[in-house]
Design a binder for this molecule. Structure first.
Ligand code: GDP
Ligand code: MG
Length: 360
């Protein structure tokens, strides 16, 4: 995931690192490239523009720390903005309540039924007792698919054969749950090829009947910003609590993940990374951002340097070095400065590509 964007950003960063000094002009040049990279990753146009504007404002305003190169300063700003774009912090599922209720909605083929099974398995691993509820009643194959997945994962599936009234099915499931000692209900719903009024109406009614803690849109990450547009429309009608992006394994661009949060104000909570029922991961914005930037953990390194290196002292030292006045005492202080940043091995591991050097 995100390979395309990572590749493009690496090129921009290489140029940025080469600049001895940052000027408004070369910042603008670099950020123009960043914007193109985002658009090529299928990020929503307005989202990409605002992102670049925000980075630009911060980059121009930031007093350049003396302990890091100007290029790296901007990379740090881009990282922080990316984390914000992806949703700031991990957004855990609200699964309190007895039973807790999670409604999965989305277009046809977006991965709802598969995700329901994945979620069941995942909740079980967290010590919960989930039950899947078959609310996609129009195609018998849909119920069978859920039952098969339920058997595979050893999670019970609630169905009312022949019943087409979806709120009624949901209501029954809620009644049955405590009898069967089930404390989380996952409702698999019907989709459509496109958003239409009857579907939305059905989901609105189901929501009213169920009063779920979570109403999550399952969206196909591979459809890029179209997924984000669909998300915005569902959100308008249903006031979603968040998203699960399926097929992240098949998406090299990342446009959906990068646009979703800005367009709706709701977080991506989980991602599907394969067809197996175990292929579900929690979405961590900060780790995703590092992954997108493909740069080891340069961010922590910069932070460490900012924390522990005395910038004034460093400047004085540089002067001394230039004038050939560098003494043994200065050398000792310099060593202590590096020591304050922690074991050398740990520092090395944070430098992209340098993790292997220690094995030489
Ligand atoms: P629904 O119509 O929304 O219920 O979608 P399904 O759950 O039936 O999924 C449609 C197809 O997408 C199935 O073939 C799934 O195996 C596949 N699928 C779902 N999630 C993922 C995922 O995270 N990665 C991959 N590679 N395939 C997925
Ligand atoms: Mg389905």
């Amino acid at each position: 995931m995100f390979e395309t964007l990572t590749g493009k950003l690496q090129e921009v960063f290489k140029t940025l690192r080469g600049y001895g000094k940052l000027t408004p002009a070369n910042i603008a040049d670099a950020l123009r490239e960043v914007r193109i990279a985002l658009l090529e990753a299928d990020v929503n146009y307005d989202v990409a523009r605002k992102f670049v504007d925000d980075v630009q404002a911060k980059a121009l305003g930031a007093a350049v720390a003396k302990s890091v190169s100007p290029g790296q300063q901007i990379i740090k700003i881009i990282h922080d903005e990316l984390v914000g774009l992806l949703g700031s912090a991990e957004s855990s599922l609200q699964i309190s309540g007895s039973p807790a209720k999670i409604l999965l909605v989305g277009l046809n083929g977006s991965g709802k039924t598969t995700t329901a099974a994945k979620l069941g398995l995942w909740l079980k691993s967290k010590g919960r007792s989930p039950m899947l509820v078959a609310c996609d009643v129009y195609r018998p194959a849909a119920i069978e698919q859920l039952q098969t997945l339920g058997r595979q994962t050893n999670v019970p599936v609630f169905t009312l054969p022949g019943e087409l009234n979806v709120p009624k099915i949901a209501d029954q499931a809620v009644r049955v749950a405590p009898i069967q000692n089930r404390n989380v209900l996952i409702f698999d719903t019907a989709g459509r090829h496109q958003i239409d009024e009857p579907l939305m109406q059905e989901l609105v009614e189901l929501k009213k009947a169920v009063r779920p803690q979570e109403i999550l849109l399952v969206a196909d990450a591979a459809t890029g910003q179209e997924a984000a547009n669909v998300a915005a429309k569902f959100h308008e009608k249903l006031d979603l609590t968040g998203f699960i992006l399926s097929r992240m394994d098949g998406d090299a661009r990342g446009g959906a993940a990068l646009s979703m949060n800005r367009l709706t104000g709701r977080p991506v909570k989980l991602v599907g990374t394969g067809e197996k029922t175990s292929d579900l991961e929690v979405f961590y914005p900060d780790r995703m951002a590092s992954r997108i930037l493909g740069m080891g953990d340069i961010v922590s390194l910069v932070e460490k340097a900012q924390e522990s290196v005395d910038a004034e002292k460093a400047a004085k030292l540089e002067k001394k070095l230039r004038k050939n006045e560098f003494t043994l005492q200065d050398f000792l202080e310099q060593l202590e400065e590096v020591q304050r940043m922690g074991p050398l091995e740990n520092l090395l591991a944070m430098i992209p590509g340098a993790a292997n050097v220690k094995n030489l």
